[in-house]
Design a protein around this ligand. Structure first.
Ligand SMILES: Cc1cc2nc3c(=O)[nH]c(=O)nc-3n(C[C@H](O)[C@H](O)[C@H](O)COP(=O)(O)O)c2cc1C
Length: 167
């Protein structure tokens, strides 16, 4: 497995916590953490394997800092790069926009030519609509700390094992 760049926002407390857990599972040496608020285009180009995490806010939008990054991500040339996404959301509080931010990020990285990996089953979640579904699967790892915190560690462990195969 090549070195991985893990991108997340420093302002996002829960996302940062999950990012740290993912790094622990994959190995500190293998994963470099990059704060999106300080990231430059070169940081995305520097890795063949990327992990990118964000929560959903504002009824189906990315948090502000990520929102501003989307046009920039879309303009990058990320052909040949593998991107694994994770998203945080609240399926009870926001059933009509559950983890939409994950779907918005997926679209941006696809426009940049990246290959998405790390898709997971949507079974075991209860919601009405989400932009993060692709043929019935999540286009990444979905974490709901508000309602399913007991499942979080296993979801992360399974996903990290999957990434070891897919990266
Ligand atoms: C104002 C507000 C709006 C939210 N909107 C959504 C939403 O549209 N969809 C969703 O799935 N979760 C939504 N959430 C839940 C957050 O995504 C969830 O709490 C997440 O764990 C926050 O992570 P963060 O602290 O890293 O930003 C919202 C939370 C707040 C406080």
């Amino acid at each position: 497995m090549k070195e991985i760049g893990l991108f997340y926002a420093m302002n996002a407390a829960k996302t940062s916590h999950i990012a740290e857990k993912i790094r622990e599972k994959l190995g500190h040496k293998e994963v470099e953490m990059i704060l999106i608020e300080k990231a430059w285009q070169n940081d995305f180009q520097a890795y063949d394997n990327l992990i990118v995490g964000a929560s959903t806010w504002f009824d189906g939008e990315l948090p502000t800092y990520w929102d501003e990054m989307v046009p920039e991500i879309e303009s990058l040339d990320l052909k040949g790069k593998k991107v694994a996404l994770f998203g945080l959301g609240d399926q009870i509080g926001y059933p009509d926009n559950f983890v939409d931010g994950l779907g918005i990020l997926a679209e941006a990285f696809e426009k940049a030519g990246a290959t998405l990996v790390g898709f997971t089953s949507s079974e075991g979640y209860s919601f009405a609509h989400s932009k993060a579904l692709r043929n019935g699967k999540w286009c990444g790892l979905v974490i709901d700390i508000e309602n399913q915190s007991k499942l979080t560690d296993k979801r992360i462990a399974d996903w990290c094992n999957q990434l070891k195969e897919e990266f």
